[in-house]
Structure formats: C-alpha cells, structure tokens
Design a protein around this ligand. Structure first.
Ligand code: HEC
Length: 140
C-alpha cells in the first residue's frame, strides 16, 4: 500500500515537471509548428527552405518586409492564432536575427499579422527576390 502511494507521488511529481517543461512559450510553438522544416536552430534546408538566421532583420527594414513574414505559406497557414503567430515571428526575429534587426524595430502585433496572413503568397520566392531588390536599392 505504502509502495503504491509512493509510486503515485513519484508519477504525480513527474507529471508536474513535464507540464512545466511543456509550458507554451513562443519557442515551443516555433518547434511545434515551424521546426519540422526550419529545424530547431532555424538553419532550415536551403535553398528550398530558406535559413531563418541572420537576414530577416534586413527584410523587415524594407517596405513590405514585415508583411512578408506572415504571408509565406508555412507561417500564414500554421494552425495558430494571429497573436501566437506574431509572437513566434518576433521570437524568430530576436532569437535568430538580433544582429540585423533595425534599432527602431517594433514587435509585430497580432492585428498586423492577422491582416498579412490572410493574403498568403502564391509565389513566395519571387516575392522574396523583390524584397531583396528593394533592400539593395536602399543601400545605394
Ligand atoms: C512544411 C514546411 C514548412 C513549415 C512547417 C514552415 N515553413 Fe517557413 N518556409 C518554408 C519554405 C519552403 C519557405 C520558402 C518559401 C516557400 O516556398 O513557401 C519558407 C519560408 C519562410 C520564411 C521566409 C524566409 C526568407 O528568408 O525569405 C519565413 C519567415 C518562414 N518561413 C517562417 C515560418 C514560420 C514562423 C513557421 C511556423 C509558424 C514556418 N515558417 C513553418 C517551409 C516551411
């Protein structure tokens, strides 16, 4: 009887620990909804799946860049709320792109992301090329 009780206590405390580990943070949501393709550290599988590390800070600086992040199909169609998607994208920007993020960067909001993601891109790579052209032009 005492043994059974002890076992129950051990099982219950393990469950508690697991529940704490599984706390739903943007990092966990990223792993769950994006990590399959973009991998745990954002390195992805270029060129088909672009690397999420380093360059996105430059993309958010050009007109249409903030919008773009929520319009790529993988982000747009993830089964998360607008607010959650905004949090995941902000997490990706800070976690993997801190060095290139404009100093005046303001976090994406759920409302903004909600509007963007409804306009899912049919040809994301072409759109991406246009953003880079804008970026290059702004550097001249
Ligand atoms: C099924 C695979 C897959 C999943 C899941 C996925 N993506 Fe992607 N992602 C891609 C591919 C492929 C591209 C390149 C554009 C395209 O062809 O859709 C891309 C492009 C992107 C880009 C543009 C990067 C750049 O440099 O232009 C961002 C940002 C992005 N994804 C974020 C996310 C986020 C955030 C999630 C999770 C909410 C996510 N993706 C889930 C496959 C995926």
């Amino acid at each position: 009887m005492i043994r059974t009780l002890l076992l129950l206590v051990v099982v219950a405390s393990n469950l508690g620990a697991n529940a704490a580990l599984a706390a739903y943070t943007p990092g966990v949501a990223y792993l769950l909804h994006c990590g399959g393709c973009h991998l745990i550290d954002g390195r992805s599988n270029p060129p088909e799946v672009p690397d999420l590390r380093g360059e996105l800070g430059r993309i958010v600086a050009v007109p249409g860049g903030r919008d773009y992040l929520a319009r790529v199909p993988g982000a747009s169609q993830a089964p998360v709320s607008d607010q959650e998607l905004a949090e995941i994208l902000n997490w990706v920007l800070h976690r993997f792109n801190e060095k290139t993020l404009p100093v005046d960067f303001t976090p994406l909001t759920g409302e903004e992301v909600g509007k963007s993601r409804r306009n899912v891109l049919k040809d994301p790579l072409k759109h991406r090329a246009t953003l880079w052209e804008r970026y290059e032009a702004a550097q001249e």
